[in-house]
Design a protein around this ligand. Structure first.
Ligand code: UD1
Ligand code: UDP
Length: 383
């Protein structure tokens, strides 16, 4: 029997836990072929930002939890880096698997490459071309530390090629000549896998007494939106105005970062109106099944989240993006999403257009729901 390939998945933030679920399912289907260790940095730690996803998505408990918690970028990343290095020095892992673009990704990439442990980056090649965004630095560094670059889209492959990465497949992948694989999106895998379960188990719509699809789902958590009082007030002011003009319910599962900044920065009258208006629901972060139920039933999604933008697309829902650019260009090019930044007029006009006209039906661009299987097969091939 072949020796198991020893993978170390490093996760820490909510979307990474969700992405790792696809890989952990694919690993389980391979029997003893892969030994999978999960390291949680502790970047996210509230039950509703971490534990709930392990439970709902059936992810084995983390083998290692660094308990790093929150802090300024440098401090948080440095704590993770030192602790991940200690784990890698034990030489118990053949490949480090990293997801997306958070500080946990950055720390994992730096720790691994310095110790010559090969890195596989899931969601490689995404670019916003905006280095003011902390995630842009993280993803560029991680890509250029990687031996395997697992791209969800053709756009991601093209971005890597423009940065000088060869697409040649006729070589053994190394950190100097990485292998680029367009494998599809592990988040699409999850959405397809859990859609039926969400239909039977999610309770959020009943709890909010929402009947049918007459509601808008909104999420806001990007630092440039939450930490800037003008932008934060503009976004929440526009959401309230949309609710009043269209007489449509709005559901906002609030990220803890946003909750903290709303308390500090939101105009008290606006905050009071948001909290007391019937049909405007500020709720705690949703679990994954509830989130899928909300996304697949809403008439419209308004968000600055990368993952939520894509999930809106998976469920053929229009999406108003509260950013000036996106890594997921296809959504905009196909007419399913519109970039509006934090501009109230643009938020309202895009939202009203989508509520009136809906969106065209689109061809799938995020693979076939088997990205994680492809990733595992490629890593086994490289063993
Ligand atoms: C991080 C990622 C971002 C990702 C997001 C997903 C980086 C640089 N950013 O942003 O790319 O889109 O996660 O949700 O890695 N907090 C809690 N409880 C928690 C977690 C966070 O209260 O369980 C609060 C703390 O006040 C913390 C703040 O949220 O300071 C921000 O958390 P942090 O992980 O630093 O960044 P996110 O904004 O969550
Ligand atoms: N998500 C969730 N509950 C929420 C908000 C988001 O389960 O209240 C899920 C969402 O369905 C998607 C992922 O979290 O799978 C996206 O993560 P997030 O918006 O935190 O970060 P981003 O994708 O922008 O990095």
């Amino acid at each position: 029997m072949a020796t198991p390939l020893r993978l170390l998945s490093i996760i820490g933030a909510r979307p990474q836990i969700i992405k790792a679920a696809s890989v952990s399912r694919a690993v389980a289907n391979l029997g003893d072929r892969i030994a999978h260790t999960i390291l949680h940095t502790g970047q996210h730690y509230d039950t509703g930002m971490s534990e709930v996803f392990f439970q709902e998505l059936g992810i084995p408990a983390a083998d290692i939890n660094l308990g790093v918690g929150s802090g300024p970028h440098g401090h948080q990343t440095a704590l993770m880096l030192a602790a991940i290095e200690e784990v890698l020095l034990r030489k118990e892992h053949d490949v480090v698997v990293l997801y997306g673009d958070t500080n946990s990704t950055l720390a994992g990439a730096l720790a691994a490459i310095k110790l010559h442990v090969p890195v596989a980056h899931i969601e490689a090649g995404l670019r916003s071309f905006n280095k003011a965004m902390p995630e842009e630095i993280n993803r560029i560094v991680c890509d250029h530390c990687s031996t395997w670059l697992f791209c969800p889209t053709k756009t991601a492959v093209d971005n890597l090629q423009r940065e000088g990465v060869s697409l040649d497949m006729d070589h053994v992948p190394t950190k100097d000549r990485p292998r680029v694989v367009q494998c599809g999106d592990v988040m699409f895998d999850n959405s397809m896998h859990f859609a039926a379960l969400a239909r039977s188990r999610a309770t959020v719509l009943q709890e909010l007494e929402i009947v049918g699809t007459d509601f808008v789902l909104a999420t806001v958590h990007r630092d440039n939106n939450t930490d800037d009082p003008l932008r934060l007030n503009a976004i929440f002011g526009a959401l309230l105005e949309l609710h009043q003009r269209e007489r449509i319910a709005i559901v906002v599962p609030v990220h803890p970062r946003t909750r903290k900044m709303m308390d500090r920065l939101l105009d008290p009258a606006l905050f009071a109106a948001l909290s007391t208006t019937q049909g405007f629901h500020l709720v705690p972060p949703a679990g994954f099944l509830d989130m899928i139920a909300l996304e697949s039933n809403a008439r419209l999604v308004i968000t600055d989240s990368g993952g939520v933008q894509k999930e809106a697309f998976f469920f053929a829902k229009p999406c108003v993006i509260l950013r000036s650019e996106t890594e997921w260009l296809e959504l905009v090019q196909l007419g399913q999403a519109e970039l509006v930044d934090a501009d109230p007029e643009r938020i309202l006009s895009a939202a009203e257009r989508f509520l009136r006209d809906g969106v065209p039906s689109c061809q799938p661009v995020f693979g076939d729901g088997h990205a994680a299987e492809r990733i595992c097969a490629e890593l086994i091939k490289g063993q």
